[in-house]
Structures are given as structure tokens and as C-alpha cells.
Design a protein around this ligand. Structure first.
Ligand code: MRU
Length: 337
């Protein structure tokens, strides 16, 4: 696999005394970098979606702890502040728990930096492995539909669902790639298409509302998505709109794959009902590209994740292996504590 061809951007970069983040709010029009010099700046960057995507959020938070340690800040409040930045993606809590365990073991700032780097490096390795595992499930000549952005921008590199797509295209198994816009924030339109075009992977953007029609037309055989939290029974929280894709996929005989590193698996959460779904500012729905599109006085409801029940998922792919038709027993066998 030619990783240099298929994985060209690193959105989270440690520069020794600061964390440099590619501002994902401005892509694809502008490639603008933001330097975070303390944990508060990292927290704000996570909350404001400068950095987004479950694994990338966890990695950024780990570096936020390093910044706090280097500044001699009290670490408990820094951990709590970072943890509260966003509620749904469990990679954030997972990374902070890892840093907390190192702090409890007496790690200094240099040792914490090594831990943050390990979290980042392990994520890239996991994604590359998942790419191969996921792609091997796909029949040659298949079309795939993805949702949101799950690529290098959302991770340490290569990506989760987009990693599977990269590996599937490179190995000739995937013949057609479609990406949904992912309203309201347009991660699919603005970020996934940006990555695919940079890779030279032919892909077509669709309106989110075109997905069922695309499936009916026989253009896609798999829906491949990432995850923000996978519960102990396999229920999966992911970007809003994922659930309706899974329902439409089952109706049309299209298979549904979730690709995520094991850091996204939360065995302490029994099922999807127990996952907190982030509600964001309704203003994100009322405007497009900074311009108000809805009549003044209108209200909106803006949940940004939903839960796909395990019974609608054909395969969960992590770096530890593939679970087909996930349920609590299979999850316990692979991730049990
Ligand atoms: O709100 P975001 O942009 O942080 O949401 C990201 C997603 O929902 C991704 O689908 C998810 O993190 C999958 S894994 C890269």
C-alpha cells in the first residue's frame, strides 16, 4: 500500500512547545494552522471544531495535558476541562484516562509527551491495519458510500472508514466511492472530498437525502462509516444521519460496516441508550457558510450524533479484528475487561 499517495495530511502536529492544528472550519478554501500553547486553547479548539473526529480529538487532548504539565499547571483541573470539551466521542475520555494513569504513576512532562506520541502513533498503526481488514470484506467491483469525515483529518492519519476506502481503492476492490454531504457542518462535502481529491481517488458527492435513491439504483454494496463510541452490545454512535443510512442499507440489501480503533469501544457503556448525544448550537442549522438561510425567528434542533443499533451493522472492524453481526457476546469476547 502506497501510504504516501493515499494519506497526505497531518492535521494534529506536536512542535515541541505547542500543538499545531489545521483549522478544519476553514477547509477546503483555506489551509490555516492554529498554534495552541496551553490546555485551555486545546479545549477551545476541540469545542469549536478546529480539530474534530473522534481519534483526533483524543490525540489533541493528550497533547493538551502535556502543555499543562510543561507549564506546571495543576493537572486535575486541566484533565477535567479537556474531558468536558465534547461529550460523545469516547476517544477523548480514553486518551485522558491514559494520560491520567501516567500522571498517577509519577510521569513528568517528558514522559507524558512520550505517552501522547504513543497514542498518536498507535492510532495511525491501527488505522492502517483496519484498512486492510475492512477492505478484505469487500467484493471486487463494489461501490461504497461513506458519511462524515473519517480520514487523515479526523485521526492520526490514513483514517478509519476512509482508511478502509483507501485500502479498498488501492487494492482494486472498490470501484465507486460516494460521500454524503453531512449536513449541517458538511464534513463530507468539505473534508472527505478534500481528502479524496488530494489522493486522486475518483468520488462523487451526494446530498444526504440522495442516499436511499443511490442504494436503490444498485450503485453501492457497502456503507462504510466511522464511530464516535461503540457500546458493549455493538450499538454505535456516529455522526447524525448514520442511523438512517443503516436503515436504508438494510432495506436495500446493502451491507453496513463500522470501522473504528479499539479506543472508540466503550465496554463501560452497556448500549446505545446510555450514550450521551451532543446537542450543538441550533445556529449551525440556521445558516450555511456563515449566511443565514432560514427566516429570522425560526428554531432548530441540532443533535450531531445518532445511534445505530447493532442489529443493523454487518461488521465492526477494529485493529483487533472483525466482528460480523455484532452483539454483546461477540463484543465481550474481543474487548472484555
Ligand atoms: O463532529 P465531528 O466532526 O467531530 O464528528 C466526527 C464524526 O462523526 C466522525 O464520523 C467520527 O469521528 C468517526 S471516526 C473518524
Amino acid at each position: 500500500m502506497d501510504y504516501d499517495r493515499y494519506d497526505r495530511v497531518r492535521a494534529v502536529q506536536w512542535h515541541g512547545d505547542r500543538l499545531r492544528l489545521l483549522d478544519q472550519r476553514l477547509l477546503p478554501q483555506q489551509e490555516h494552522w492554529i498554534d495552541c500553547r496551553d490546555a485551555a486553547a486545546v479545549t477551545q479548539a476541540i469545542r469549536d471544531l478546529v480539530v474534530r473526529g473522534a481519534p483526533a480529538i483524543g490525540i489533541a487532548a493528550a497533547w493538551g495535558v502535556v502543555l499543562a504539565a510543561r507549564a506546571g499547571e495543576p493537572l486535575e483541573p486541566a484533565l477535567a476541562m479537556l474531558r468536558a470539551a465534547r461529550p460523545t466521542a469516547v476517544n477523548l475520555m480514553w486518551a485522558l484516562d491514559r494520560m491520567k494513569a501516567r500522571i498517577a504513576a509519577g510521569a513528568d512532562a517528558a514522559a507524558l509527551a512520550r505517552e501522547a506520541q504513543a497514542i498518536q502513533d498507535e492510532d495511525l498503526a491501527a488505522n492502517r491495519h483496519m484498512g486492510e481488514l475492512g477492505a478484505s470484506l469487500i467484493e471486487p467491483g463494489a461501490g461504497v458510500l461513506t458519511h462524515c469525515n473519517t480520514g487523515s483529518l479526523a485521526t492520526a492519519g490514513f483514517g478509519t472508514a476512509l482508511g478502509v476506502i483507501r485500502a479498498g481503492v488501492a487494492s482494486g476492490r472498490i470501484a465507486r466511492v460516494y460521500a454524503g454531504e453531512t449536513r449541517p457542518w458538511q464534513q463530507g462535502a468539505r473534508l472527505t472530498m478534500y481528502e479524496l481529491v488530494r489522493d486522486g481517488i475518483p468520488a462523487k458527492l451526494i446530498a444526504d437525502s440522495a442516499a436511499a435513491h443511490l442504494m436503490r439504483a444498485g450503485e453501492v454494496q457497502w456503507v462504510i462509516v466511522g464511530a464516535d463510541r461503540i457500546a458493549a452490545n455493538g450499538d454505535t454512535a456516529n455522526k447524525i444521519g448514520t442511523y438512517q443510512l443503516a436503515i436504508a442499507a438494510r432495506h436495500h440489501g446493502v451491507k453496513f460496516m463500522v470501522a473504528a480503533p479499539s479506543s472508540t469501544v466503550d465496554m463501560a457503556t452497556p448500549d446505545g441508550e446510555a450514550i450521551e448525544i451532543e446537542l450543538r448550537d441550533p445556529a449551525e442549522l440556521l445558516s450555511t457558510a456563515g449566511r443565514r438561510t432560514v427566516v429570522e425567528g425560526a428554531e432548530a434542533w441540532n443533535p450531531v450524533f445518532d445511534v445505530t443499533p447493532a442489529e443493523l451493522i454487518d461488521a465492526i472492524v477494529t485493529e483487533r479484528g472483525v466482528i460480523e453481526r455484532p452483539n454483546a457476546a461477540a463484543m465481550q469476547a474481543m474487548f472484555g475487561r
